[in-house]
Design a protein around this ligand. Structure first.
Ligand SMILES: O=c1ccn([C@@H]2O[C@H](COP(=O)(O)O)[C@@H](O)[C@H]2O)c(=O)[nH]1
Length: 276
């Protein structure tokens, strides 16, 4: 999916919501355990209930890899179930020496070999250019590079000064030599608030994937105040806050209600910013 197509979806749905599919057997409603593949059934019902309210789905691969062969099958079938016009993110946080990264890229982008072709994959920048560029050889596919994460430990490295910059600023500056804003996004945690202003000084036109609203307490209004750009430029993820909103037979409706609350807030923000 291109940047323009993503923006068109945002305008059409009046939403920049990404639903995180962090689905695990111990958290999904108990009545689903009777299904042959409970997590797949859960994901399908969540997707059916939210697909008109969001523009992206983000399965975090950890929640699938932990179940071995069956988990990979679930991830593959979940990817197949995501509607084509919805941006798909494999939140895998990969990155290794070049030839290994090339195999990771095949895994997530080349359906001919892996049966999956996500629109994007999250990548860690720590190993540098040759660990990231193999993901950039696929047309209309995206790297989402970790920049300033939502977790407490972000300060251990990302805020350390490297010359005149903090490390996350160095990551954003240096990586812009590897790809344009048509192929690269950055992860910036919703819990980072005013730091969105610093990110926007360096990356005014890039899309930012923003996890951390909902369960982690990030503030949507604050993120948008500093992070919105002329093509919206934000994909706001909520995983647990949406998918585990209910535990009963009506869990998908409860998930829809939570997604709807966020979508309605986003619509107001888009209208106020005259983006729709
Ligand atoms: O900085 C980061 C990078 C990735 N994540 C991932 O996003 C979701 C958040 O889940 P919630 O349940 O909405 O908190 C999860 O998959 C994380 O691994 C992040 O939270 N922060």
């Amino acid at each position: 999916m291109t940047k323009q197509q993503l923006f068109e979806q945002i305008q059409k749905k009046r939403s920049f919501l990404c639903v995180g599919l962090d689905s695990s057997l111990d958290k999904i409603p108990k009545h689903l355990l009777k299904y042959e593949n409970p997590i797949l059934e859960f994901n399908k019902q969540i997707i059916d209930a939210t697909k008109d309210l969001c523009v992206a789905y983000k399965p975090n691969t950890a929640f699938y890899e932990c179940y071995g062969k069956k988990g990979w099958e679930t991830l593959t079938e979940t990817w197949k179930y995501i509607p084509e016009d919805i941006f798909s993110i494999a939140d895998a946080k990969r990155g290794d020496i070049g030839n290994t990264s090339a195999m990771y890229a095949e895994t997530f982008f080349n359906a001919a070999s892996s049966e999956m072709s996500f629109d994007s994959v999250t990548v860690a920048p720590y190993m540098g250019s040759d660990s990231v560029t193999p993901f950039l050889t696929f047309k209309d596919k995206w790297v989402i590079l970790l920049a300033l994460t939502s977790n407490m430990g972000h300060a251990d490295f990302q805020l350390q000064e490297v010359g005149e910059d903090r490390l996350f600023e160095k990551v954003i500056k240096t990586s812009q030599a590897w790809a344009t804003d048509e192929q690269m996004m950055y992860v910036v945690g919703a819990t980072r608030g005013a730091a969105f202003g610093d990110v926007r000084k360096l990356a005014p036109d890039h899309f930012l994937l923003v996890p951390g609203v909902g369960a982690q307490g990030g503030d949507l209004g604050e993120v948008c105040k500093y992070g919105l750009n002329s093509q919206c430029g934000l994909l706001i993820n909520s995983s647990r806050g949406i998918i585990y909103a209910g535990q009963g037979e009506d869990f998908a409706e409860r998930a829809r209600e939570e997604a709807l609350k966020l979508q309605q807030e986003m619509e107001q923000i888009l209208v106020k910013a005259e983006l729709v």
